[in-house]
Design a protein around this ligand. Structure first.
Ligand code: AMP
Length: 181
């Protein structure tokens, strides 16, 4: 279901070449969320498939996943739980490391944020190689939560992240695609 009312959401996403390093086409959603109608259409379309799904919490990945996830949680009448970069959460955490092109990164969640079997909708702005989302999924698995689906504004299909996520059995909902990296 498209709720874009003739909006071409892709037109609101700005591409910045060679950021953060040469060769990367950075798909910048700040221009999308700055527009009130495009922002609303995006959030509506992200939640649409899940309006009748039992979900206990919306989980967003730092940082753009917080902006979208907060709006989505509010729209679904649910609470929001953050997954943050290492060292940012004040309470006791669990951690998952993942490989970047150069080096390693880690994501964390509060240990007591979710109980076994609680149903979660996972949100980020974009899926590229899938490294971040797979680490977030593993982290949620560690808590015992049940990830009902994952949801992104942008998919970069040439980088294969969505396919990897689907292989794990999790549903993936994304709104627009850009070819290349
Ligand atoms: P990945 O782990 O490779 O799937 O990358 C996903 C994460 O990195 C998301 O949190 C995105 O915000 C960010 N990201 C990766 N590639 C891009 C890109 N080309 N444009 C904008 N954000 C990106």
């Amino acid at each position: 279901m498209e709720l874009r009312n003739g909006f071409d959401l892709k037109k609101y996403i700005r591409t910045i070449a060679d950021y953060p390093k040469p060769g990367i086409m950075f798909r910048d959603i700040t221009t999308l969320i700055a527009d009130p109608l495009a922002f609303r259409a995006t959030v509506d379309e992200m939640v649409w498939p899940f309006l009748r799904t039992r979900i206990d919490y919306v989980v967003g990945i730092e940082a753009r996943g917080f902006i979208l996830g907060g709006a989505i949680a509010h729209e679904l009448g649910l609470g929001f739980i953050p997954i943050r970069k290492k060292g940012k959460l004040p309470g006791e955490t669990i951690t998952r490391s993942y490989q970047l092109e150069y080096g390693e990164d880690a994501v964390e969640i509060h240990k007591d944020a979710l109980a076994h079997g609680e149903k979660v909708l996972l949100i980020d702005d974009l899926i590229a190689t899938g490294g971040t989302a797979l680490a977030a999924l593993a982290l949620l698995e560690d808590t015992g939560a049940d990830v009902v689906a994952s949801c992104f504004v942008v998919d970069l299909p040439d980088l294969g992240g969505k396919a990897k996520l689907l292989e794990t059995g999790v549903k993936v909902h994304s709104l627009v695609e850009f070819e290349g990296e």
